[in-house]
Write a protein that binds this ligand. Sequence first.
Ligand code: ATP
Ligand code: MG
Length: 597
Amino acid sequence: MNKETFPTRLSMLASFLRGSAGYFLASVVFASLASLFDLLNPKIVAFVVDHLLESGNRADAFSWIRGHLFFVAVIVTLFTALGALSRYLYNLFNAKGAEKLVAGMRNRLFGHIQHLPFSWFMENPTGDIIQRCTSDVETVKMFLSEQLTGMLRIVVMLAIAFFFMCGISLKLTVPAAVFVPVIFLYSLFFHRGIGRTFLTADEEEGKLSSIAQENLTGVRVVRAFGRERYEEKRFARQNTAYTGAYKKLGMLISIFWSVGDFISGLQVMIIVALGAVMTVRGELTPGSYIAFVSYNAMIAWPVRMLGRVISDMSKAGVSVDRIRDIMNAEAESDPAGALCPPMDRDIEFSHVTFSYRKDMPPILDDVSFTVKAGTTFGILGGTGSGKSTLAALLLGLYPLPEGSGTITVGGVDVRRISLPWLRGQVALVMQEPFLFSGTIRENIAIARKDAVEKDIIKSAEISDLVETINNFTDKYDTVVGERGVTLSGGQKQRTAIAQAVIRDTPVLVFDDALSAVDAETDVKIRHALREEFRGKTVILIAHRITTLMEADQILILDHGKAAGIGSHEELYAANPIYRKVCDIQSGTGEEAENEDF
Ligand code: ATP
Ligand code: MG
């Protein structure tokens, strides 16, 4: 832990504590009371031994109590009961605080993740993100609810115990106290070393859950390609790494505890021996000796716990850092004075150059074109030529860096347009449709909460989905399974089209959205769209020329470069690439030379 991370960890913890700090404070107060009641009992024992047993039947101030011993029993019972009540209230407040804390933390994390940019999800594996939101949150909860309150409780308890011990014998308190810093420093020294190992173990755990998660998501591919053995080996390899890291951690922890046990045992034995010597010499009464030894035994465990709490702090520190990584990841936000311009305007890409990573050659290289408002614009290009990237840039899913060209709508740079507005006005049908595990109805209406039955049916008609839906027993209430697994690829694509259609936006982008439907359905959908979307700007991205040929303009994208633009006729007459692709796809050309298309 360096000097800079400590205050930031602290401020993050403090921000998480908002709302539950009161509960934790109350729990510490009751824990301290419980300690106080516990610590009063040895005092009573000392009194009984010294004044009731030792003194025989002497007539003195305590004669009355000797005649009414039940009174001592009542006091002991009362203190024990009050101790139990305090402990109950301590646990109650602690649990309430902890649950409030953890629920708040999860919500904050999840809420923040919802607003992180697309690129962040590319860099962070899902399994790792989930782990940070679950087990790291749990670790921080443990730290705040058990370890931190535990530490305060222990400090209060030690203070009271030492106060009583000093009252009995200062001479005996000194050797007892000497061990406290020894154990404390030993823990401190140890936990520094253990932090690194814990981090490694945690990372290995994250990798393991990422592998499991990826495997489960891709179970179809695994089966279809007979990758089971490979996947098993991959998992086993990571499992070994994970187990190895935890074994090392376990070994370090057991060394820590054994040495700690030894030091504590030594301390207890020294005090028992020294106290016995002092009692024999008459420097201590037997009652005080018993009380002192009891106190010393009572502090032995909390001092050890203090060590544990401190060693666990390193775990919590690592978890706080991992959560902070997410919280510090910059969320997508609108620039100051973000605009909400009308979107039924010309869309212009001007000298757009883009790469996903700085160290990679550009995916899009100086691409310029204009999509006239209210027209249909086709983009044709081989796989990997950058078509989806163009769509992603238009929606601001990836920010276009300054100086890499501009994308404007009606002359307004998309970088200055409010993101929710932009995405609310441009409906994108993604190349890989993703459906949630609800019903078809819910999935269609997902982006338009106010949609009524009529809208849902209409968008299903336009997407040629009605017949399919009517064939299902539950019609629109058919549950589509996780990620829509119970639908075919084409059905999923058409549901995704319906999702976009229902939104009734001025701009629509279909990213290869008709690739999984047959040619006949493709024509049907396109015609329905044309009828419905007269006057809207439609961008059609496709591999299949028939999908695009009726577009007003078609852009040819070749390895990230614009290699021609025009109508079908113009391109067929003047553009050799287009003509070749056209001929190949219509079956009149020679052998497919251009594999990209
Ligand atoms: P297809 O027709 O196969 O969908 P495409 O034209 O849509 O292809 P893009 O998805 O735009 O192609 O990808 C263009 C290039 O960018 C590809 O070489 C791809 O490897 C790369 N690429 C795409 N997404 C990312 C990403 N998130 N990070 C890094 N590189 C990416
Ligand atoms: Mg694509």
